[in-house]
Design a protein around this ligand. Structure first.
Ligand code: C2O
Length: 345
């Protein structure tokens, strides 16, 4: 049976602290007495998420404003940046029991829940930002690291005075022009930029095409209620390139790679949301690549649930089956060239 939306009142700070070995981190969300079922937004305005390295100054200003307002919300408001960052920690560092199964913890990584969980997370994050600047068309950017033009940290995230900045990053990697290594494993390779580019495009080809010819390979293994996530396995894309991009941004001098390189702290870096926006976009792209590259039709996947606070601070129960078509959720992605598509190794 499907993993159900957690009961927020069972959120357990102690488990998280044991697991991450850090007694100072607390990531349970504020409580709410009511949880409503998700309803699709009314068809109409479509938000178009742009590539971060291609946006203009006006967009950048609007995005900064929205994030600044989110950061200014009181810390106990579930829409505040502080609370948004904690969502990742709670779902990914084992804060929640599975409903009715106190010995089995919920995890949004390492299984077929990975893509849907992060899609829902961004969906609400984006709507909160849009509401704060009163712009129902507001769309968050994606970090287009699968394209030659987008392989360094997008510049709008690197201005120390900006709300998009996070000082807890790897100084070498966020320097202008440094090129991401899509299978970064902790040490910088001694290769030219040209070689790195070629390698990155090959990694993309494997993650999207040759190594991901089925739902199981791309999205991950089944993870059902009552099971331990360790019995499952993440999809190929989740391990590479998704994971290495996290590690590459995080500061290797602050183990285990804060902020982006650790599950409990990744959401504290604003670039996290742009990174995941790209992963989310590539899920859409994957489904257009043909063959058996289709979503699961398994009921246990479609009925898996999560709980998120929406732009009105209302707690909402969502199902995987409701997020498969991003257009129905009211957003699409700017069309960009898929430079890796012809890059069979
Ligand atoms: Cu929830 Cu990129 O990790």
């Amino acid at each position: 049976s499907p993993v159900r939306a957690p009961d927020l009142s069972t959120c357990d700070e102690e488990t998280v602290q044991q697991i991450i070995g850090n007694s100072a981190t607390r990531c349970c969300p504020p409580l709410s007495k009511t949880m409503v079922d998700f309803k699709l937004p009314k068809p109409g305005t479509i938000r178009v998420r742009p590539a971060a390295h291609l946006v203009d100054k006006a967009y950048e200003a609007k995005f900064k404003k929205a994030l600044e307002l989110m950061k200014a919300l009181p810390d106990d408001d579930p829409r505040s940046f502080t609370q948004q960052a904690k969502i990742h920690c709670a779902y990914c560092s084992y804060a929640y029991d599975q409903i009715g199964l106190p010995d089995e913890l919920v995890s949004a990584h390492g299984s077929w829940l990975f893509f849907p969980f992060h899609r829902w997370y961004l969906y609400f994050f984006e709507r909160i930002l849009g509401k704060l600047i009163d712009d129902p068309t507001f769309a968050m950017p994606f970090w287009n690291w699968d394209s030659a033009g987008g392989m360094s940290m997008p510049s709008m995230y690197t201005d120390p005075k900006s709300p998009l900045y996070d000082k807890v990053r790897d100084a070498v990697h966020v320097a202008p022009g440094a090129m991401v290594d899509l299978d970064y494993g902790g040490t910088d390779e001694k290769i030219t930029k040209e070689q790195q580019l070629k390698q990155n495009l090959t990694i993309m080809y494997t993650a999207m095409v040759s190594g991901s010819s089925s739902a199981k390979l791309f999205l991950g293994d089944p993870y059902e209620s009552g099971k331990n996530v360790e019995q499952s396995g993440g999809g190929r894309f989740e391990s590479v390139p998704h994971g290495p991009v996290h590690m590459w941004v995080g500061d290797r001098k602050q183990p285990p790679g804060l902020n982006m390189g650790a599950l409990y702290s990744a959401g504290r870096d604003p670039v996290f949301y742009a990174h995941h926006s790209n992963c989310d976009r590539l899920w859409n792209v994957w489904k257009t690549l043909g063959g058996n590259r289709k979503d699961f039709s398994h009921k246990d996947w479609l009925d898996s649930e999560f709980a998120f606070y929406d732009e009105n601070a209302q707690l909402v129960k969502v199902k995987v089956g409701d997020c498969l078509d991003s257009k129905k959720l009211g957003y699409v992605y700017q069309d960009v060239e898929l430079e890796w598509l012809g890059k069979r190794p």
